[in-house]
Design a protein around this ligand. Structure first.
Ligand SMILES: CC(=O)SCCNC(=O)CCNC(=O)[C@H](O)C(C)(C)COP(=O)(O)OP(=O)(O)OC[C@H]1O[C@@H](n2cnc3c(N)ncnc32)[C@H](O)[C@@H]1OP(=O)(O)O
Ligand SMILES: O=C([O-])CC(=O)C(=O)O
Length: 371
């Protein structure tokens, strides 16, 4: 038995949900470029969960189900108030809150297809409420109740800020949600599938996935990108900052990818949005610094930006706190995690690979007084 470090190139499952072939990303056969330009996030949820785009009535039904289930139990809201609020990262709060939501769901451990679909709706509907309510509670503000007349993207920004977003803000946020929704067998999705392949419940699968997304080599990179942009501060500082990091063999967050070689097709949509939004907010430097970093890292390391790179300046331009960037990734990726969880249940086998043993040879037990 020989191990493949990081399981690189190992095909671990079949899936109908999304594919990355020759650097092209598709959701159920639809090119991400097409979806990013045309689709709402609600349509993408339907596509990932059902394998086809919804009709008008199917979309209306899903939208209503999401709206009807968006409120979260008061116990979860009260729980936030018990957290050591100034020390808690919102990804830790989110991981705990999704687990907690499972305790208040009467169907948490009911494993029928119908119950699993109802739980899927509840989790997808409630995750924006959890993220936005936590954000407000930690600032001493009252949570804003979800509205039933706004789109998923608009409702998130409304619950976060307590005021209706502009159309360009909704367009940008919807696009970001569409672009982050699914990505084949990335680390957090694999985690979710491993978890539920033991026939554990959906809440456990999503909680486990949030834990995996949190790391800076995966979803946590977007917050780190913003930290880097803030540290650089102006275009003329970019060369010395990036060169020093690369000379020091440090990774530049938001660059590189395990699967893409020529580049991440999602990045260009966010680059375009970043340009537009930073002009509107009067902070074009964040876009200009990003462009300079891209030029440096692609020429010096031949590494293109991934989805996390330009999402940072997009979310910053929407006025979103930097430590909410990764929870927002989770809000979107929940749609993909759930699609994969349901697919795993539908054709399940325990996921249990082997390890190549590299420890000592056979030892004889030595009594403690003789060691
Ligand atoms: C949504 C997402 O999860 S997208 C990814 C988000 N993560 C990041 O942006 C973090 C920065 N990027 C990385 O750490 C990596 O590119 C990963 C984790 C995304 C992919 O990593 P892997 O396929 O395991 O590649 P690995 O980390 O082994 O890197 C291969 C080589 O490229 C270098 N490299 C990879 N990414 C970077 C980077 N961002 N900056 C500088 N060098 C890099 C490595 O140092 C390594 O060099 P070496 O062979 O000289 O040691
Ligand atoms: O696929 C990956 O390894 C990481 C990624 O880009 C994603 O999860 O969107």
């Amino acid at each position: 038995m020989t191990a493949t470090k990081g399981l690189e190139g190992i095909v671990a499952t079949t899936s109908k949900i999304s594919s990355i072939i020759d650097d092209t990303l598709t959701y159920a056969g639809y090119d991400i470029d097409d979806l990013a330009k045309n689709a709402t996030f609600e349509e993408v949820i339907y596509l990932l969960w059902h394998g086809s785009l919804p009709t008008t009535s199917q979309l209306a039904e899903l939208t209503k189900q999401l709206a009807d289930n968006a409120a979260i139990p008061v116990e979860v809201l009260n729980h936030f108030k018990t957290y050591p609020i100034d020390k808690v990262h919102p990804m830790g709060a989110l991981r705990t809150a999704i687990s907690l939501l499972g305790l208040y769901d009467d169907e948490s451990d009911v494993m029928s297809d119908e119950a699993n679909y109802r739980k899927a709706i509840r989790i997808q509907a409630q995750i924006p409420t959890v993220v936005t309510a936590f954000s407000r509670v930690r600032k001493g503000l009252e949570p804003v109740a979800p509205r039933t007349d706004l789109s998923f993207a608009a409702n998130f920004l409304y619950m976060l800020n307590g005021k209706e977003p502009s159309s360009i803000e909704v367009e940008a946020f919807n696009k970001a949600l569409v672009l982050h929704a699914d990505h084949e067998l990335n680390a957090s999705t694999f985690t979710a599938r491993v978890c539920v392949a033991t026939l554990s419940d959906i809440y456990s699968g999503v909680t486990a996935a949030i834990g995996a997304l949190k790391g800076p080599l995966h979803g946590g990179a977007n917050e780190q990108v913003m930290k880097m942009l803030s540290e650089i501060g102006s275009v003329d500082q970019a060369v010395s900052y990036i060169t020093a990091k690369l000379d020091n063999k440090e990774k530049i967050m938001g660059f590189g990818h395990r699967v893409y070689r020529k580049g991440d097709p999602r990045a260009k949509h966010l680059r375009e949005m970043s340009k537009k939004l930073t002009e509107i907010t009067g902070q074009p430097e964040y876009y200009e610094i990003s462009i300079k970093i891209e030029e440096l890292v692609t020429t010096q390391k031949n590494l293109p930006p991934n989805v996390d790179f330009y999402s940072a300046s997009v979310y910053h331009s929407l006025g979103i706190d930097h430590d909410l960037f990764t929870p927002i990734f989770a809000v979107s990726r929940t749609s993909g995690w759930i699609a994969h969880i349901l697919e795993q249940y539908s054709n399940n086998r325990l996921i249990r690979p082997r390890a190549e043993y590299t420890g000592p040879g056979l030892q004889k037990y030595v009594p403690i007084e003789k060691r």
